[in-house]
Design a protein. Structure first.
Length: 313
């Protein structure tokens, strides 16, 4: 895939950040992912990419020396308020591996995203350690919480993002600001709800006039194909959505007008900001986990464009 800049991405998942960075002008030298289903998703959608299926620890950053951007969505469970928040004591914490790869590949820019839990006071010293290590490697860095709903994605989905650039570039970097294109769940999903002739689609969309809770994909051990914990399901119900499961198909001409629909995988992907032509490999639960754990492409694109502007000669 052609692009103005080169990129190495770890923990690529199903390609949310990958697609956003591609739209911002970054061509992937490689995308690294350990789980097989997301790797197949990447291969289906971008057959010309080099997809490395395996552990990040086995990647040699020197093979990618001189890339423009090193990026990744390192695992969030070590910092999520839904977990034990063990941080660096959690064996799933991949920030040390990310820093190793930065040292080896020597990119112009670094972009790492995680959950908002990493921004809390509990992890202040760990954030300082990460920034201190980047400074030793020649980078200035900043953290910022960005809400997906500020970039046209109809869910709150706050993400904590680290951007580091070599000092000659950081002075030109500015975080992207809200683009003013706030979308609602109803606006986003009306075409899919009405596609098969459901007479209640317009009225449903009028009720779903708001931003949805954060989509939760869960993990292999925890979480199924539903829209999250009890509080999230209640919020979805207020928007006219049954969050207790994921439907195989949307409403049709035989569906009662006052029906409370469940979302399909296609609808969940739309709420995450994926384009309609992005395919997800695997059965329903596996596909839903990929979608729900993704970094929304429009947010990744916005940050990628800001980085590209800073490093453009």
């Amino acid at each position: 895939m052609s692009g103005d800049f080169s990129c190495l991405e770890i923990c690529a998942g199903a390609g949310g950040q990958s697609l956003g960075l591609e739209l911002a002008g970054f061509a992937h030298e490689a995308a690294v992912e350990i789980e097989p289903e997301p790797c197949e998703t990447l291969r289906i959608n971008r057959p010309d990419w080099k997809v490395i299926e395996g552990d990040v620890a086995d990647v040699n950053g020197r093979d990618f020396r001189g890339i423009d951007l090193f990026a990744g969505g390192v695992p969030c469970p070590p910092f999520s308020i839904a977990g034990k928040q063990l941080g660096p004591d959690d064996d799933r914490d991949l920030f040390p591996q990310a820093l190793r790869l930065v040292e080896e590949s020597k990119p112009k820019a670094v972009m790492l995203e995680n959950v908002r839990g990493l921004s809390t006071a509990k992890f202040q010293s760990y954030r300082a350690y990460i920034q201190g290590r980047l400074e030793e490697l020649g980078y200035e860095s900043q953290w910022q919480v960005l809400n997906a709903c500020e970039f046209g994605v109809p869910q709150l989905r706050p993400r904590f993002i680290l951007v580091g650039l070599r000092k000659t570039y950081m002075k030109k970097f500015k975080w992207p600001s809200a683009d003013g294109s706030a979308a609602t769940v109803g606006e986003t999903l009306l075409p899919l709800m009405a596609r098969d002739g459901w007479a209640g689609a317009e009225a449903w969309a009028a009720r779903a006039d708001g931003i949805g809770p954060t989509i939760v994909g869960g993990s292999r051990k925890h979480g199924g194909a539903d829209l999250g914990p009890t509080r999230a399901k209640a919020a979805w119900l207020n928007l006219g959505v049954d969050g207790k499961g994921i439907a195989d198909a949307g409403p049709n001409e035989e569906t009662p007008v006052n029906h409370t629909p469940r979302l399909t995988l296609e609808m969940v992907a739309a709420i995450q900001g994926f384009p309609p032509n992005w395919e997800f490999f695997g059965r329903k639960t596996a596909a839903y986990r990929q979608i729900g754990n993704a970094f929304p492409p429009p947010v990744a694109q916005a940050v990628g464009l800001a980085i590209a502007k800073a490093i453009r000669r």
